[in-house]
Design a protein around this ligand. Structure first.
Ligand code: ADP
Length: 566
């Protein structure tokens, strides 16, 4: 042993000279991770993969090769319109083929794609588009009536491109150039000399939906989108491949549809785009007709779909094998219903606009068995490589990953934002801590990296110095057979500071508050049980399909809710 240690290459160690210090440069080529690369790869290698878009008549289909040619045509047209490197090209569109073409053309030519949230209030859209200094907007014809009233407020927009057959004169009447998407692309070359852009430069931007404050802009780089797309497609995440047809219910304006279009061109998975046909009935019909294998969307969409297909058993959604559900906590009862009654594995993921969004994904471990799988699915999932996480307590101490200690989740990584667009350091200081993003989410992490969120900082109910998890109460309530939806908020209480108020939508069967409280009492500590109950016909949603807790709190403060005590 000692001989081996003291001899190097046949010479005694003392005679060997080592260079000390300084990194060794790799011999690898410095090729950038660019959207151009994804576009060229997808449209060539997976030329026959398809984008299927729902239409009023049924659906239309385009191959990746065709979408790639259209992306080149769009880039030529945009350049002819004066769009230069770094310019913002916005979209006001549903999920469809042309929106995917814009997703590739705009960043690949060096400009920045900015999907606008079509469900925001007009003033918010105007504020966001002006803040981003959007110059061109591509609008679906079906959304033109909603878009036109905002146009006069859009200070930087000089050109509108309409996808579909709409009368352009209303746009021109406001002194803004207007073109039809099809006409603009017609006659343009079907290849483009894509520039070699810096992988760290801006490729796309999205604004948070403002659930907990004013919308804030996040700018994604070519590199962050590329890396995120790889992470999202890994086998223990969404697991996308050429064999899949992936249904993107998550809107393209919401965190780039969780990067699904880019991940599709990376892997060859075909895309099913529902356009404006998102209500349960047309969505179920679209699934039955085009037979996607996977779907991505927020839990409310999957809850509505589940109720619809159970009321219409003749509709065949059996092609769907897996659903990725994120953006809000997914009730375990829904996961179980999909698994037991439809053979569909519903897995939740956690993320934010700020995290591109994928932070965690809850694919059950192989061999976990039914109980183990269900326990894992109840949480938000396991952190992806690339997303570093820590939990911080109110005294700024780092907490252990013991699945017990609860604190604020902070993350950092190559697809996590380090700042907000156009905000000075002072205004965003409270959102970052030593380079970590403060997510505003509260939870615990197991020793092997499974995240269980218990709340958002703003939603957690602080009762007599203890925290009550609104998510946990909602999750259990949703498991009651008579409950369609449940949303719990904290309301002021003289004795305890705050107490939970449970807002419930019933399926139709009459149950009263004391029965629901009894149901919860079998599952949750007594001191956490709500005494205040509200029965509603529906619960207001935010523009990205989450319960609008801010609106409920305001209604409660204005005494606009009929509260029952139990
Ligand atoms: P906004 O912050 O405006 O709501 P985002 O879509 O970025 O817009 O929302 C991110 C937030 O959504 C997260 O911080 C978290 O609170 C919530 N969220 C996302 N996924 C989940 C999940 N699987 N379970 C619980 N909450 C989630």
């Amino acid at each position: 042993m000692s001989l081996v240690l003291s001899v190097c290459g046949g010479r005694p160690i003392s005679q060997v000279s080592f260079r000390v210090g300084g990194p060794v440069r790799s011999t690898m080529q410095d090729a950038g991770l660019q959207i151009r690369g994804l576009l060229e790869h997808g449209s060539r290698v997976f030329a026959t993969s398809t984008i299927v878009t729902a239409t009023a008549e049924g659906h239309s289909t385009a191959t990746f090769a065709k979408a790639g040619r259209n992306a080149a045509r769009l880039a030529h047209a945009l350049r002819a319109l004066g769009v230069a490197e770094g310019d913002r090209v916005a979209t006001f569109m549903w999920n469809n083929q042309q929106h995917v073409e814009a997703y590739f053309a705009v960043p690949a030519m060096g400009a920045v794609i900015h999907p606008l949230n079509i469900r925001l209030f007009p003033q918010q859209v105007v504020h966001i588009a002006n803040h981003a200094e959007d110059q061109v907007v591509i609008v679906d014809d079906s959304l033109l009536p909603a878009f036109l009233p905002m146009l006069s407020g859009l200070s930087s927009v000089r050109c509108v491109i309409v996808n579909g057959s709409a009368d352009l004169s209303a746009v021109r009447a406001q002194g803004v150039e207007a073109y039809s998407y099809d006409m603009l692309l017609r006659g343009q070359p079907d290849s483009y000399p894509w520039p070699d852009v810096d992988e760290r430069s801006a490729a796309a931007m999205c604004y948070t939906s403002g659930t907990t404050g004013d919308p804030k802009g996040v700018v994604y780089s070519h590199r962050s989108i590329y890396l995120h797309s790889i992470a999202a497609t890994l086998p223990d995440a969404i697991a996308l491949s050429r064999r899949d047809l992936a249904l993107a219910v998550v809107p393209q304006f919401h965190v780039l549809a969780w990067s699904l279009p880019y991940a599709a061109f990376l892997t060859g998975a075909s895309l099913a785009m529902p356009d404006r046909f998102l209500a349960p009935e047309p969505l179920a019909a679209f699934i039955a007709a085009v037979r996607p294998t996977k779907g991505l969307g927020v839990p409310t969409v999957w809850g509505n779909l589940l109720r619809f297909v159970e009321a219409h058993p003749e509709i065949d959604i059996s092609s769907m094998k897996e659903i990725g559900s994120g953006g809000a906590a997914t009730p375990e009862s829904m996961t179980r219903a999909y698994a037991e009654r439809h053979g569909i594995t519903l897995m939740q993921g956690w993320g934010m606009t700020e995290t591109s969004p994928l932070g965690t994904f809850a694919r059950p471990l192989a061999g976990a068995g039914a109980e183990g799988a269900s326990a894992h699915r109840a949480g938000q999932g396991r952190f992806c490589a690339g997303v570093e996480a820590r939990l911080i307590d109110p005294h700024d101490e780092v907490l252990p990953w013991d699945d017990i200690s609860v604190g604020e989740l902070q993350v950092r990584g190559p697809w996590v934002t380090g700042s907000y667009y156009g905000e000075d350091a002072g205004t965003q200081a409270d959102r970052f801590s030593d380079g970590w993003l403060r997510t505003g989410d509260v939870g615990r992490i197991s020793p092997d990296g499974w995240l269980t969120l218990t709340d958002r900082m703003k939603d957690v109910i602080k009762s007599g110095g203890e925290w009550i998890s609104s998510v946990e109460l909602e999750n259990h309530l949703a498991g009651h057979p008579a409950v369609v939806e449940a949303c719990v908020i904290g309301v002021p209480d003289d004795r305890w500071g705050e107490r939970p108020l449970a807002c419930v939508v019933l399926a139709g069967d009459p149950v009263d508050a004391s029965e629901l409280k009894g149901f919860l009492g079998d599952r949750i500590a007594r001191w956490q049980l709500p005494e205040r109950w509200v029965f509603l016909p529906a619960i207001a949603m935010t523009t990205t399909g989450k319960y609008d807790k801010r609106a409920l709190r305001e209604q409660y403060a204005q005494e606009a809710l009929k509260v029952v005590m139990a």
